[in-house]
Design a protein around this ligand. Structure first.
Ligand SMILES: Nc1ncnc2c1ncn2[C@@H]1O[C@H](COP(=O)(O)OP(=O)(O)OP(=O)(O)O)[C@@H](O)[C@H]1O
Ligand SMILES: [Mg+2]
Length: 494
């Protein structure tokens, strides 16, 4: 142990600088001898009492403190406790002149002292111990700087997250909703009022009328905006999966449930859950949803306990729920729980005055995304857009404009010829089939117009394609093909 060849070389800090060591002892001889042992390898500072020692700590980045067990006016342990307050990362060692085991053990056990050094000491052994102490110091500080880097990174992420949230909020704030038609102004008015409450909202409207957008706008305009908005399409999943998505599950509760999973109702805590296509839910799911709405409680699949949730519910459907209640396919009690506030978004063909603004909005959007500079529409093209039936509503208009921009090259204005064939060839039909004004110059166009009108009516009346096909006296598949050929959107589902 005393053979100096076994003594490892001194340790330097990550910048290559010698570590700083503080020695506190009232005996000059001890200070000098320690300085002699360590002074070549480290920057050694000495102090003859506690106060001097603390002064050095204020000024120097001390890595190791060696203090005598007895100092003028206080014990070494008391002094080292003060050291912790100033420099918690410095390693602490204590010199002890007598083997008072009990007090040494107490000092070490208090976890405050790295080790004690008995007097007299062996210089080589002391050097080894100091080096070990500094190794653990360098590990600890490295860990601390890693932790600090991690904290910084986390903070940056948090900021970014905040920024993204604000972006999203901006995107879905009311400003993103275009419309000045009186029917839309009424929608906005109700939205604004309901956003400030926790009331359950039922959004109804044909496909593509903006139910999604409205749901988000309500969330981001309200008090829950800093918590999450989660959406689930209730028509998209088989029963068990939907239940597990919404309510979560315990491990092993069904094939494929390999671990516990939280459901959207729990993830949306303090926020909003958007139940899209609520009309597609089966009776079992309807009961479970009723329970959440009534009691604010959910039970994950396979769990024995129920959990309370604080979630605002917005549901949407393009079906006629009232009719489904009458037909016995949708629970009446659930229907009333959902439609605390009902917002019906009118189809685009009933608010044609909004079409120009929407078309320009989508044009600007597509220009930006595709790097185009199309300035607008010719009068004839806009007239046709305004006159079109838009069975796919705003989404269909959005797709139409996007398609045109994609194909328009460097055109200045969008003209009639650029519109897709079914938009160009089919004027609006607001009249009843009997008094449709038929352009007799083209029999095929006229017949198609009539077919569209009749199909639309049948769908509206029956609410499903199977029933509409019965009513029209054709097989369901033929109806589907015919609708496709006529460019009709699938509004009724099933
Ligand atoms: N008033 C509006 N202003 C601007 N954009 C709109 C408006 N309404 C709808 N949109 C846009 O039209 C598209 C369709 O809207 P959304 O997805 O909200 O319809 P939806 O009613 O949920 O349809 P579906 O029943 O098929 O789910 C979206 O891209 C949406 O941003
Ligand atoms: Mg939708």
């Amino acid at each position: 142990m005393t053979d100096s060849s076994e003594v490892p070389s001194a340790l330097v800090d990550p910048t290559g600088r010698q570590y700083a060591i503080l020695i506190v002892d009232d005996e000059e001889g001890i200070r000098e001898s320690l300085e002699l042992t360590l002074g070549d390898d480290y920057r050694v500072f000495t102090a003859k009492n506690a106060q001097e020692g603390l002064d050095v700590l204020e000024r120097e980045p001390i890595a190791l403190v060696i203090a005598d067990q007895v100092l003028p006016g206080m014990t070494g342990v008391e002094f080292l406790e003060k050291v912790i307050e100033r420099n918690p990362t410095a390693i602490r060692m204590m010199l002890t002149g007598y083997a008072d085991v009990a007090s040494i053990v107490r000092a070490v056990n208090e976890g405050r002292i790295y080790r004690y050094i008995p007097k007299p000491w062996e210089p080589a052994e002391l050097r080894v111990n100091v080096r070990r102490a500094l190794e653990s110091y360098s590990l600890a500080t490295e860990n601390a700087s890693l932790a600090a880097a991690l904290r910084d990174a986390n903070e940056r992420l948090r900021q970014e997250n905040l920024y993204l949230r604000r972006e999203v909020a901006r995107k879905y704030a009311f400003e993103s909703l275009i419309g000045t038609a009186p029917s839309m102004l009424r929608v906005f008015e109700v939205m604004e009022k309901v956003a400030q409450t926790d009331a359950t909202v039922l959004l109804s409207g044909e496909t593509g009328t903006g139910k999604d957008l409205v749901a988000r706008a309500i969330h981001y305009a309200g008090t829950r905006k800093s918590a999450r908005f989660v959406a689930q399409n209730c028509g998209a999943l088989p029963d068990t999966l939907l239940e597990s998505e919404l309510f979560g599950h315990k491990r092993g509760s069904f094939t494929g449930a390999h671990e516990d999973k939280k459901g959207l109702f729990e993830l949306a805590h303090a926020g909003t859950i958007f139940l899209d296509e609520i009309g597609e839910t089966n009776p079992g799911m309807q009961v479970r949803l009723l329970r959440v709405l009534q009691d604010g409680e959910i039970r994950p699949l396979g769990a024995s306990d129920v959990r309370r949730v604080d979630v605002r519910v917005i549901a949407a459907t393009n079906r006629d729920l009232r009719k489904m209640v009458q037909d016995g396919t949708f629970r009446e009690d659930l229907y009333y729980r959902l439609r605390v506030v009902e917002i019906t978004i009118p189809p685009l063909r009933e608010r044609r005055e909004d079409i120009p603004a929407l078309a320009h909005h989508f044009l600007e959007d597509a220009n930006k995304r595709m790097g185009r500079q199309i300035k607008g529409f010719t009068n004839a093209a806009m007239d046709r857009l305004v006159g079109h039936e838009w069975s796919g509503n705003v989404r269909e208009l959005e797709n139409e404009v996007e398609r045109i921009v994609a194909l328009a090259g460097d055109a200045d204005l969008i003209n009639l010829e650029m519109l897709s064939e079914h938009v160009r060839g089919r004027p609006a039909l607001d009249e009843s089939p009997a008094d449709v004004e038929i352009d007799a110059s083209d029999l095929n166009v006229a017949v198609d117009e009539l077919k569209r009108k009749l199909i639309r009516q049948a769908l509206e009346e029956t609410g499903s394609k199977s029933k509409a096909s019965e009513k029209l006296g054709i097989p369901r598949q033929s109806l589907q093909k015919m609708m496709k050929r006529l460019g009709m959107r699938d509004a009724a589902g099933d």
